[in-house]
Write a protein that binds this ligand. Sequence first.
Ligand SMILES: [Zn+2]
Length: 202
Amino acid sequence: MRKLTRPVCPHPQSLVDRNYKHPLNKKALNDSTYGKCMYCESKVTHIDYGDVEHIKPKAAGLFPHLAFAWDNLGFACAVCNTTKSNKFFNDAPFVNPYNEEPAEHLYAFGAFLFTKNGSERGEITIKEIGLNRPGLVEQRTEKMHAIATAVNACHRINSAHLRQAAFDALMDEAGPDKEFSAVVAAQLRASGIHADASAIAA
Ligand SMILES: [Zn+2]
């Protein structure tokens, strides 16, 4: 998970009309995550269309009054959205990457996310949204092997100039548009390669 910036709502009238899935609004949310799930950082648009996510559940008895509130909408993969479902814990709400810095609650170590500084919200977020589910761990592991191979290849480039260019390209893999960027940023740091501070997330 990494910090996101909430875009301006491009079509507020649709929310007034009780439509939270207007294509313009969904596209703005999708663009704000670079087509990734706001929770697990999977690229979702090439496997499904992604879901408009209600950060606080819209179910009856919970937050139905927030069903059409722009600040309560996000973009998530179908698995995270389904796993999260109507869960909500008043005393420890899920980490909301649009409103806060996830790195204060979570950190990546290897292919797993862990709770930072005992954060109960971080722990509940990992557990209840399934951020260490087997499919994710498998995909992150594959990504980490590819990064490790690329790091070694960079080190073996003889020309200092070409080597630096290769490292710079590798650091792009921790950019906000890249899948599992928080995991990759942590791996690059552990490899002694420092991406710029803005690329570092959980
Ligand atoms: Zn997800």
